[in-house]
Design a protein around this ligand. Sequence first.
Ligand code: PGA
Length: 260
Amino acid sequence: MSAQSMRRKPLVIGNWKMNGDVDVAERLIADLRAALDPGLLDRVAVAVCPPFPYLGLAAARLAGSAIGWGAQNVAAYPNGAYTGEVSATMLADLRCAWTLVGHSERRTLFGDTDAEVVRKAQQALAAGVAPVVCVGETLAERESGATESVLGRQLDAVGAVLAAAGEGVVVAYEPVWAIGTGRTATPQQAQDAHAFIRARLARSGVASQAVRILYGGSVKPGNAGELFACPDVDGGLIGGASLVAADFVAICKAALRRAA
Ligand code: PGA
């Protein structure tokens, strides 16, 4: 492990997506509180991103623990006539530490553009909520050799905002072809993409050695260790496996091995 990567505290975030109900949320949170001990949480930052309606519950149940919580999306506007949207200041009210921005499901299913991702990241930062900016290429883009141009475009759009934000910035590399498919990037593919992302962020003036770059896409207990062993993989954004407490805890423990 290089001295640079040791400086970056590993981070594991659970993205519950549109899953669960109140009982599921209660149980998952209780199980995580019971299983993630303070020693681990001291060395690995852990957070969950439930659906919006359960953020208040997460805030109540996780208050006083070292487990953080965040949202899966945020409005690109501060407040006003935006029916159905949730503002960054509302997330701050619920003491969200994080919000995902530009998840590929938002980009592909709901048309989030690079420009909106920038506005969402700006809104989050202005409210004191740290954006986790998600980037990634589709299978067709990878197979046509366009991975770096796609990542470059997504990163350059948001580069100035992240550069101004300073050191707390988090980027998630989520190859679209690996999300929910059971098909994971190999450690080498992940490392190559993460190294590219770090270098590209530096070009925008981001303090990229301090930026945590998470890998997301079919991370499971069985593959987390080898992914987190890559020098530029600073943790994970976990979808399906974050809904099973034992699996999510095992993934957090895999990140522990990376911690200084
Ligand atoms: P997955 O999802 O772990 O289910 O592949 C990851 C994500 O979309 O954040």
